[in-house]
Design a binder for this molecule. Structure first.
Ligand code: CP
Length: 320
């Protein structure tokens, strides 16, 4: 595997889930695989889970992690080509990426969407420069449009907790005070569409996800109706994807608190589990009562980030 951006990169999902179960039950079984190998973990943005779980996954495989926080540990990097570098950015990605590539065997990158330039974001301009100039396998640790390590961990969690062969999984938009990227819901939709689940998306009008990720999924604009009989409720905020109106890209179109997942929402489900990728804004996205209830599986979901990262790193090491 040379890149991990999309569900297709992991191949057969049943095999990937089997591998995840094997890794989880015996995390140190491949301890020699990463010997004398290095993964460079590069952050353009903040992180708690991704930062820690990727390092832990690497250590489980005997792989040495190097973490670099761009602009804090390093020079500030220019990402635009063709600009006169007379500002505060001392180095260009064009040099920084091949230099980073020369120090490692795998590169993992977090680089959020700008939310101001849909074309650039949906072209994954930063991530693709890592593919083009590093010469190394590249993992998205949440880039402009995708968060595949999160979606894989979500699928592993659903597989562990499902009580029927084909559970109903509902992705619901929920309010947030800041404009957030679409990477998590895009990847969740892409992975759920590929998995053996009954998948429904619910959001206010205007929040339609890009069909490249959500195409084929059922969309129900009535949140309560969408949640009826759900086995899993996956809450997430996202800003306007700009599908219907590109001028609205990255904007907040609604802050309607009636979309906050509370006990009344959960009451219409089939005793559903509550999921969220975290970090979560309590009493905006989800009420205290729901996230603190025994049906909330946000912590085991976050724990599975080690498992998903380890399967991906293991596959990349095996292919080196
Ligand atoms: N879910 C997730 O990616 O968390 P962090 O942003 O803390 O890494």
């Amino acid at each position: 595997m040379r890149t991990f951006f999309h569900v297709q990169d992991i191949g057969d999902l049943k095999k990937a889930l089997e591998e995840a179960r094997a890794v989880k039950s015996n995390p140190f079984a491949w301890k020699s695989l990463g010997e004398n190998r290095t993964v460079m973990i590069v952050f353009f943005n903040s992180s708690l889970r991704t930062r820690l779980s990727t390092q832990k996954a690497a250590l489980n495989l005997g792989l040495s992690p190097i973490v670099l926080n761009i602009g804090q540990d390093s020079w500030k990097l220019e990402t635009e080509l063709g600009v006169v570098m007379d500002g505060d950015k001392s180095e260009h990605l064009r040099e920084a990426i091949p230099v980073m590539g020369s120090y490692c065997d795998i590169i993992a990158v977090r680089a959020f969407a700008s939310l101001s330039d849909r074309q650039a974001d949906y072209s994954e301009t930063i991530l693709n420069q890592f593919v083009q100039y590093s010469g190394k396998p590249v993992i998205s640790l949440e880039s402009a449009t995708v968060h595949p390590c999160q979606a894989f961990a979500d699928l592993i969690t659903i597989d562990e907790y499902r009580k029927s062969a084909r559970p109903k999984v509902v992705l619901t938009w929920a309010p947030h005070p800041k404009a957030l990227p679409q990477a998590v819901p895009n990847s969740f939709a892409e992975w759920m569409n590929a998995a053996d689940v009954d998948f429904v998306i619910t959001h206010p009008h205007g929040y339609e996800l890009d069909p490249r990720f959500a195409g084929g999924a059922r969309v129900e604009y009535d949140q309560m109706k969408a949640l009826e009989g759900a086995d899993f409720v996956y809450a997430k905020n996202w800003s306007c994807p700009g599908v219907a109106n590109p001028a609205d890209y990255g904007r907040i179109l609604s802050q309607d608190l009636s979309w906050t997942v509370d006990e009344a929402h959960m009451a219409v489900t089939d005793n559903a589990y509550f999921m969220h990728c975290l970090p979560v804004r309590r009493n905006m996205i989800v009420s205290d009562a729901v996230i603190d209830s025994p049906r909330s599986i946000v912590i085991p979901e976050a724990a599975n980030r080690v498992v998903s990262a380890q399967v991906v790193l293991k596959r990349m090491l095996e292919a080196l």
